[in-house]
Every structure is written in structure tokens, then in C-alpha cells.
Design a protein around this ligand. Structure first.
Ligand SMILES: N[C@@H](CCC(=O)N[C@@H](CS)C(=O)NCC(=O)O)C(=O)O
Length: 250
């Protein structure tokens, strides 16, 4: 389960080399940022399956706790036996395939694959355009992120103001990817997403990979600008509440 090289040229998916020394307290261990959308996907699946795990909060500025890995992004998942898995959607598949195997594997269900890709390529970018729609909302978001994530005290202020500025630029560039203005676009993407929800979940009666991946992305904006669009959506709001119940991630 590998794909094109990404950060620091490490492949995504399951890695050949075991890293048992990175396991904390003998439990599956997730290296993450507290507010990261991709990490919420994994937290939701682990919660849904009742899997106990250790969490290592990585410092977003220096990524000290992740220096050992060639993959420079979070989440990184290290199973109790030291198996390292990179990249959120690959991690979802890995955890499911080693557990109940409740959802189809990559390549077996084009619908699930489509909506899992949508979570990163469309939904993730759509929420960034809304959260960072103005300089005010950007600084607000960075104020929240720098309080919740594991920033060192010294880098908190600089990240709030400089990060706010940088993320405003990122928000602008994300907005350019879509024809509609950010709020209208997010509403439109939620409308499209609703077509994939079959009854209770994308997976029907039980959530599949598409549910966990899209829920994770939206969960990361819960305390930020624009979440009212999710809360007021006639289909997605109910699905979101069901995913909260299912995963225990509120
Ligand atoms: N495709 C990756 C994206 C992960 C990602 O971009 N994570 C961000 C945090 S939200 C990160 O680690 N950024 C740090 C960096 O790129 O240096 C996934 O789905 O896991």
C-alpha cells in the first residue's frame, strides 16, 4: 500500500522497517497535532473501534517528536508491534484491515475511494478557504490552534501573528481553486457530499472509510469560523452528529 513519495521522500502507507522503539506504553501510538484534520480521522476510527492508544503530540514548529521519521507530517501511526503507517487514509485502511475489516479495501469500492480522496482534495481545501477567509478569522484560528496544539511557549505568539498572516495567504490560494466564494463553496461541497451518504452513513448502516475521513476534516473546524455551515446543513448536520456518537469524538 504505497503511493508517490511525499514529505522528505518517504512513502505513504505501511513502512518496511519496524520501529518498536517508537511505541509508547506498549499501545498503538499516534503522532499528531491536536487540531489536525487528518489526525481527527484516525482518532475517530480508533474511538469507534474502542482501541486504546497512546498519543504523542508533536510540536508543530520543530516537529521534535517526529525527527526519527522520514515522513515529516502527522498523523503517523505506530502499531503496538512497531509497524509504522504514514498518511491518514492509509492509516484508516490499516487499522480497519487489522480489526473488524468492516469497510472495503482501497481499490475494491470506487465510491468509498472517491469520497476518501474528496476528504483531502476537496473538503480539506474548502474548509481552509472558509476558516482563513479574512485576516481576522485567520488570527482567531491561529489563536485557538496555538493554545491547543503543542507549541513551545516561545513560538506561540509568533505563530499566532505570523501564522495568521501566512494562513490568510493559504486561505486565499485555496479559495482560488473553487469557482464559488468560500462559504458558498463549502455549502456546495456539503451538498455534493450528501449524495454519497446512503441512509445513516456513506457505508450505509455502519461508517466506512469515507465517513471517518470526511468527519475528521469537518471535526477540525468545529471551533472555528464557518462551522455554522456544517451545523445548518440539512443532511450533513445529522450525519455529523451520528459520527460523533459512533466515534465518541465530540
Ligand atoms: N496527506 C496527509 C496530509 C497530512 C498533513 O498535511 N498534515 C499536516 C498537519 S494538518 C502536517 O503535518 N503539516 C506539517 C508539514 O507539512 O510540515 C494525510 O492525509 O495524512
Amino acid at each position: 500500500m504505497t503511493s508517490a513519495p511525499e514529505a522528505k521522500e518517504a512513502p505513504s502507507g505501511v513502512q518496511d522497517e519496524l520501529v518498536p522503539e517508537r511505541v509508547v506504553d506498549g499501545l498503538p501510538t499516534m503522532y499528531c497535532f491536536e487540531t489536525c484534520p487528518f489526525c481527527f480521522k484516525v482518532k475517530a476510527l480508533l474511538g469507534s473501534r474502542g482501541i486504546e492508544y497512546s498519543k504523542v503530540e508533536v510540536d508543530p514548529t520543530f516537529k521534535t517528536q517526529l525527527k526519527w521519521s522520514k515522513w515529516g507530517k502527522v498523523p503517523v501511526f505506530v502499531d503496538a508491534d512497531g509497524t509504522q503507517v504514514n498518511d491518514s487514509n492509509h492509516i484508516l485502511h490499516y487499522i480497519d484491515s487489522n480489526g473488524t475489516g468492516a469497510f472495503p479495501r482501497l481499490g475494491d469500492d470506487p465510491e468509498q475511494d472517491k469520497w476518501m480522496d474528496f476528504s483531502n482534495n476537496v473538503l480539506g481545501k474548502s474548509i481552509v478557504a472558509v476558516i482563513y477567509a479574512s485576516y481576522r478569522t485567520s488570527v482567531q484560528a491561529l489563536d485557538y490552534v496555538t493554545r491547543v496544539d503543542n507549541f513551545s511557549f516561545g513560538s506561540r505568539l509568533i505563530n499566532k501573528w505570523l501564522g495568521g498572516f501566512i494562513m490568510r495567504m493559504v486561505g486565499k490560494s485555496r479559495a482560488k481553486m473553487f469557482e464559488l466564494p468560500p462559504r458558498e463553496n463549502l455549502k456546495h461541497q456539503l451538498d455534493l457530499m450528501s449524495e454519497g451518504i446512503r441512509g445513516y452513513f456513506f457505508g450505509g448502516k455502519e461508517p466506512n472509510g469515507a465517513d471517518f475521513s470526511n468527519f475528521g476534516i469537518l471535526r477540525s473546524m468545529q471551533d472555528l469560523n464557518g462551522f455554522d455551515i456544517v451545523e445548518s446543513h440539512h443532511v450533513v448536520s445529522g450525519w455529523y452528529a451520528r459520527m460523533q456518537q459512533n466515534s465518541g469524538v465530540f
